[in-house]
Design a protein around this ligand. Structure first.
Ligand SMILES: CSCCC(=O)/C(O)=C/O
Ligand SMILES: [Fe+2]
Ligand code: NI
Length: 181
């Protein structure tokens, strides 16, 4: 089940809002310009599937977003707990960073925890199969896949160079919950 929890950035112990209901999550995230949609994830795709097959299964939705929002390129991140570089890959996304473009991710399978730092609030978004999240450019955030990752995500980029992160140097991510295995 997807879930949103909202904290103050100075008090990780106090949950100000919590919901597992998709409409409520989308409404709350919409207030701060974050897109949260449910797509049909009908294709039976598991980590390790060929990226071309993943993209082909969601071609119509991908084309719609590219047309509407001007995204230029698409790739697929696919990981399970057998991946030999899982610890390094987890670490890559764990510290607070921004991108100069929107972060648009669709979870074809599995789950991952996006945490967004917007003004003085922290939005922890557990994304699960069928969720599309669209985070505006320059939003501070981090991502946890847990010690035992299991997900397939389609990523859309406006920058043809793909994933480029600007790390803020803050240690805030270490103060907030990680994704349990
Ligand atoms: C769920 S896709 C992998 C994470 C990612 O692309 C990113 O930018 C995290 O901040
Ligand atoms: Fe990101
Ligand atoms: Ni990022």
């Amino acid at each position: 089940m997807s879930r949103l929890r909202i904290f103050s950035d100075s008090d990780p112990a106090a949950i100000r809002f919590e919901s597992g209901e998709h409409a409520a999550i989308a409404a709350e995230l919409g207030k701060v310009g974050v897109r949260f949609e449910r797509w049909q994830a009908n294709a039976d795709i598991q980590p390790g599937a060929a990226p071309e097959a993943v993209i082909a299964a969601y071609r119509a939705d991908i084309d719609r977003l590219m047309r509407e929002e001007g995204y230029q390129t698409v790739d697929v991140v696919s990981l399970n707990a057998d991946h030999p570089d899982k610890a390094a890959l987890r670490q890559k996304f764990l510290n607070e960073h921004t991108h100069s473009e929107d972060e648009v991710r669709f979870f074809v399978a599995g789950r991952g925890l996006f945490t967004l730092h917007i003004d003085d609030q922290v939005y922890e978004v557990l994304c699960t199969q069928g969720d599309l999240i669209g985070v505006p450019d320059s939003t501070r955030h981090w991502f946890d896949m847990s010690e035992q990752p299991y997900f397939v995500a389609i990523r859309l980029f406006s920058n043809p160079a793909g994933w480029v992160a600007n790390f803020t140097g803050s240690d805030i991510a270490a103060q907030f919950p990680r994704l349990e295995a």
